[in-house]
Design a binder for this molecule. Structure first.
Ligand SMILES: C[S@@+](CC[C@H](N)C(=O)[O-])C[C@H]1O[C@@H](n2cnc3c(N)ncnc32)[C@H](O)[C@@H]1O
Length: 214
């Protein structure tokens, strides 16, 4: 089924690209995760009823609506492009007509991902190349600070992960890879998901190792 048809099923409009104006270096353009990729992801990765998700750089909200619709769990999308954010809100109005029976909340927050305060109840964070690795490092550090304050197991889902992002997570954080999910029929080696997890017990060991060094 085509992307527009799948949008229609959810009552949303997410197809297309929005470039930033010249001079924006660290923030990437809007482009939605393909539905085909989301289908592959959720064949292998399931949420439980208690999970709560943030999509950093949510664009028009495709991933947020898809997760909310399939799993009935709370989802928050963060978006800093004002036009794109307005489109996510318009989508929410239309989506809500179609999804009256889904009780979980769905929110869109206008602002910078790197300034977003991560609530202790959130445990899964989605990224489809929203920004540079410099911004990514800030967001991951915010996640780690949130875990330090309220220790819990958290997952990161990276779509189309680029080498510098993988290197940063491997060399500078206690996250470990728990799964790699390829999308059937794609030749591009980056076109996959990598799921990272930070287990409660691994975080405690990581904190102890930092204390030993200092
Ligand atoms: C590649 S799109 C991904 C959209 C959506 N997550 C999906 O997978 O369908 C990246 C989005 O991140 C937004 N973005 C870029 N930098 C951002 C930042 N610092 N804070 C919040 N959003 C940002 C862009 O405007 C764009 O809409």
């Amino acid at each position: 089924m085509g992307e527009r048809k799948q949008d229609k099923l959810l009552g949303i409009r997410t197809v297309g690209i929005r470039e930033w104006k010249d001079g924006v270096v660290h923030y990437n353009r809007y482009e939605a995760t393909p539905y085909k990729a989301l289908k592959s992801l959720f064949k292998h990765y399931k949420f439980s009823k208690t999970d709560k998700v943030v999509d950093f750089g949510c664009g028009r909200g495709r991933v947020a609506f898809y997760i909310h619709n399939h799993f009935n769990i709370p989802v928050t999308g963060i978006e800093v492009n004002d036009k794109t954010y307005e489109e996510a809100l318009d989508n929410k109005t239309r989506y809500k007509f179609k999804a009256k029976d889904i009780g979980a909340p769905i929110h869109f927050h206008y602002g910078l991902a790197e300034h977003y305060k991560i609530d202790k109840s959130y445990n899964c964070f989605y990224f489809f190349n929203p920004f540079s690795v410099q911004i990514f490092k800030k967001v991951i550090n915010n996640i780690l600070r949130s875990v330090e304050k309220d220790i819990r197991t958290v997952d990161l889902i990276l779509y189309y992960p680029l080498p510098e992002f993988k290197d940063f997570l491997k060399n500078n954080t206690p996250f470990t890879i728990i799964n790699k999910i390829r999308i059937p029929g794609t030749k591009d080696c980056h076109e996959k998901f990598i799921i990272y997890r930070l287990r409660e017990e691994d975080y405690i060991a990581y904190e102890n190792s930092l204390a030993d060094i200092s």
